[in-house]
Design a protein around this ligand. Sequence first.
Ligand code: SF4
Ligand code: FES
Length: 248
Amino acid sequence: MKLTLKIWRQKNFDTKGSIVNYEIDNISPDMSFLEMLDVLNADLILRDEDPVSFDHDCREGICGSCSLFINGQAHGPDRRITTCQLHMRKFKDGDTIYIEPFRAKAFPVIKDLVVDRSAFDRIQQSGGYISINTSGNTQDANSIPINKDDADDAFDAATCIGCGACVATCKNSSAMLFVGAKVSQYSLLPQGQTEASRRVTNMVNQMDLEGFGNCSNTGACEVECPKGISLDNIARMNRELIRASINK
Ligand code: SF4
Ligand code: FES
């Protein structure tokens, strides 16, 4: 395949970025999108040019680090996958592909396509955990019966990989799908009850402090989320927050 790539290049946070054109040839439809960028970078290095910086780690859809906006869609044109799971067969020979970073005030560009998503880490640190005394014998899991539907919903919420596609795709740059998932994975389980009020209050406060926008129920986040995290989690988070404010 022969392709024209229009890639966002930006030296650092303080420098103005711009779209730069690259022509690339001999791309196999079986390559992943990131392998295609590897080919481009090998070529740029041979030409003594600065390779394009982009984030990746697992390349298996697990870590959530590969955050690219491809032709105006977070993680590209396929559904329920991350950028690293996108394959070039989704494109046609001769296509022009726009590649940009995830854009949001709370996700400043570090270089080219790499953004700083440490705001998510700080939200998680503010309450996305449970404190349990782990000394002594491990309690038998079956000694705490959990309703099957709740267990399934908690597990679904826990599949959020913190990629940030929900923020990048939301017109308000809202992080409520991410925070809703992180709150829900504990609020549905007995182990999450002790710190429930503190958790939701601190995480929502931190989300606001980081400069994320509010949710206006457009639902784009749910559509673009590679893990299919449901909007129900935002509703659950709001209920938890109201409950926490009543129980103060
Ligand atoms: S809710 Fe979905 S889109 Fe948002 S961070 Fe989690 S996995 Fe990514
Ligand atoms: S590189 Fe880990 S999810 Fe894509």
